[in-house]
Design a protein around this ligand. Structure first.
Ligand SMILES: Nc1ncnc2c1ncn2[C@@H]1O[C@H](COP(=O)(O)OP(=O)(O)OP(=O)(O)O)[C@@H](O)[C@H]1O
Ligand SMILES: [Mg+2]
Length: 616
């Protein structure tokens, strides 16, 4: 939690960051036309805003005034007034319509293209990125940051441009009509601006601390909800309640403070505007008496004092939000520019395509021979896991990896999958260094059933079909039957249409495993990797899983990280690992006879089962 906040802070720099904005503006490029049209619309809108009080001034000076002075009522100019009004209304309505359309389009397109780019990039980033980056961090970039940024670059920017135009046009217009009154008003504007910026900064700061508390609360929510069951078993409810109470009280205090600042802010602004009005009435009123200006003109200027209120506010608002948006931009750019450390070489991409667009026609058929040649490996953090590791596996062989926790079993299969690459040495698939072929080539021939199988929300049918998106319903059912999943699926009320729930939460662990087997067999990979679940399932399910595994392995090169003896017995080759080294290898029979590491490992763990099996 705390390092998450640290990240948020790290990116909040004060200076204008050209480089980052240049990169973000690349996303704006396709929207150039829309942006220009939107800006034109707000420019025209600013002009109509200035003209509006002018129409009233016209009514005062040319229609009301003459009628007060004379005895004959003269409404001959009324049609002209109505015409002005109608034109004004049409133009203003059109401009408002247009700028909302354009700003909305920019906001949505921008958010879309940023998210699309970031999402695609996330697909390219390897396991190692997810090792060191928290999901919460990524989620925040994809949601609030991209929203923040696209809002500021659409509505924010348009507000700013409107504000600037309005102020510039107003100033020019006022000077044309009466420079003395213009000066009176312009004397107030800087004070208005300064006060506005001052308050905006405070309000922003208050909101920033609210957000901080809020993310703490969300974090606590997250922990408390995901850990609800553990909480109950550990009787931590009261403790959690207290922690939560402290956080939410803090939130309340901060929120009240933010509103207090706003409550002071607006009256202060009004006060300054009223001073401006008083000055205009004072100076302008005298001018009306001496006949230097008309009543309409005086009205016009009192109106213009008000008209500075919105643009000044908008500009101060933009200024405040801009810094936040820049922080968002910096974080998004940092995500998008994270170099994936596992990428295909250019010539490989040229031949085999990218991970988004395979050139399947160039894919060599994968036979399934796998070889580790003097492979050393080390994760980004921590010590070297493998040193000079060698292993030769023939096509179609089934290999079981056993060993204590932390021995390097998962590491080895992750290397085969090219989720990580060797730090030294090479891994050959079909006698070719797999870096000479594409990631797509390997992955489209490789099936991996994870230690903790993950299902997506969606139906059972959809979840199996992820193995091969082109499979028909019949093929999906066929696959389920092959791995003994059919019968339990049919026992569900909705059969194959049963919703799996987020992460497959509505299925038991054993069921999830069978579904992921079905998914793997549907994909029909040449190399199959199975990181067996450690959690025990009942004997009946175990039997099912065992039969399923045996079917799954047929005709493929397979690597099984095995915890159950029943899985290993039939393997062609068992590797006993310790500290990243193969300390023993052979078949089950050979290793049992040897009565060394393998024997010990399993007599300790499964003494009874072992007894049974050694009799076979
Ligand atoms: N993502 C990672 N980053 C850094 N070190 C890691 C990472 N994953 C594993 N390690 C380290 O590499 C070593 C081998 O771990 P590995 O996951 O391969 O063990 P394992 O044999 O699969 O264990 P288990 O039976 O518990 O699954 C361990 O010392 C572990 O701490
Ligand atoms: Mg493991």
């Amino acid at each position: 939690m705390s390092d998450y906040l640290q990240d948020e802070e790290n990116f909040t720099s004060q200076k204008f960051d050209w480089l980052v904005w240049k990169k973000i503006f690349m996303f704006m490029k396709p929207l150039k036309k829309t942006a220009i049209l939107g800006l034109l619309a707000v420019m025209v809108l600013a002009i109509t805003d200035i003209i509006y009080p002018y129409i009233s001034a016209f009514a005062i000076d040319d229609i009301i005034r003459p009628n007060i002075d004379s005895t004959v009522v003269d409404f001959s100019k009324l049609p002209l007034l109505i015409t002005y009004f109608v034109i004004f209304m049409i133009v203003q309505a059109t401009m408002v319509y247009l700028f909302i359309i354009y700003a909305g389009r920019i906001q949505n397109e921008l958010a879309f293209s940023i998210r699309e780019k970031a999402f695609n990039h996330l697909q390219e980033l390897p396991f190692s990125y997810y090792d060191r980056t928290r999901v919460g961090w990524i989620m925040a970039r994809m949601t609030s940051d991209s929203r923040n940024l696209s809002e500021v670059l659409s509505w924010g920017l348009i507000d700013l441009v409107w504000g600037v135009f309005l102020m510039v046009f107003l100033t020019i217009f006022m000077f044309i009509i009466n420079w003395q009154l213009a000066i009176v008003i312009l004397a107030v504007v800087p004070i208005l601006t300064a006060v506005s910026i001052f308050f905006r900064k405070y309000i922003l700061k208050a909101y920033r601390s609210i957000r901080k508390v809020n993310s703490k609360i969300t974090g606590a929510f997250n922990e408390d909800i995901t850990g609800a069951v553990t909480t109950k078993t550990l009787v931590l409810e009261e403790q959690n309640y207290h922690e939560f109470d402290i956080l939410t009280s803090d939130m309340r205090k901060q929120s009240i403070r933010a509103h207090l600042i706003q409550a002071v802010f607006f009256p202060t602004m009004l006060f300054i505007i009223f001073i401006g009005m008083a000055l205009v009435y004072n100076v302008g009123g005298n001018m009306v008496i001496t006949g230097a200006i008309s009543v309409g003109t005086l009205y016009l200027f009192t109106n213009y004092v008000w008209q500075f209120f919105d643009p000044v506010n908008n500009i101060a608002n933009f200024y405040a939000r801009f810094q936040q948006a820049q922080a968002s931009a910096e974080r998004i750019v940092s995500l998008i520019e994270t170099e994936p450390d596992i990428v295909d070489k250019e010539e490989v991409i040229a031949k085999y395509g990218t991970i988004f667009e395979y050139k399947r026609e160039n894919f060599e058929p994968l036979i399934g021979k796998v070889e580790f040649k003097n492979v050393s490996f080390k994760y980004n953090v921590g010590e070297t896991v493998l040193t000079d590791f060698n292993l030769k596996v023939k096509a179609g062989q089934s290999v079981a990896l056993v060993g204590h926790t932390g021995a390097g079993k998962t590491t080895i299969v992750n290397l085969i999958s090219r989720f990580y690459e060797p730090t030294a040495g090479e891994i050959l698939v079909d006698d070719v260094d797999y870096r000479e072929r594409s990631i797509g080539w390997l992955h489209s021939n490789l099936g991996y059933v994870l230690q903790t199988p993950h299902l997506f929300s969606g139906s059972v049918m959809e979840n199996i079909r992820y193995g091969n998106l082109k499979a028909t319903d019949e093929e999906v059912i066929e696959a389920a039957k092959a791995v003994e999943a059919h019968s339990f699926i049919m026992k569900f009320e909705d059969g194959y249409n049963t919703e799996c729930g987020e992460g497959g939460s509505r299925l038991s662990v054993g069921q999830k495993q069978l579904v992921s087997f079905a998914r793997a067999i549907l994909a029909d990979p040449k190399i199959l990797i199975l990181d067996e679940a450690t959690s025990s399932v009942d004997t009946e399910t175990e039997q099912l899983i065992q039969t399923a595994i045996n079917k799954l392995l047929k005709g493929r090169t397979s690597f099984i990280v095995a915890h159950r003896l029943s899985t290993i017995v039939h393997s062609d080759l068992i590797l006993v690992l310790d500290g990243g080294q193969i300390i023993e290898s052979g078949t089950h029979r050979e290793l049992i006879k040897k009565k060394e590491a393998y024997y010990k490992l399993y007599t300790n763990q499964y003494s009874e089962e072992m007894l049974e099996l050694s009799k076979r």
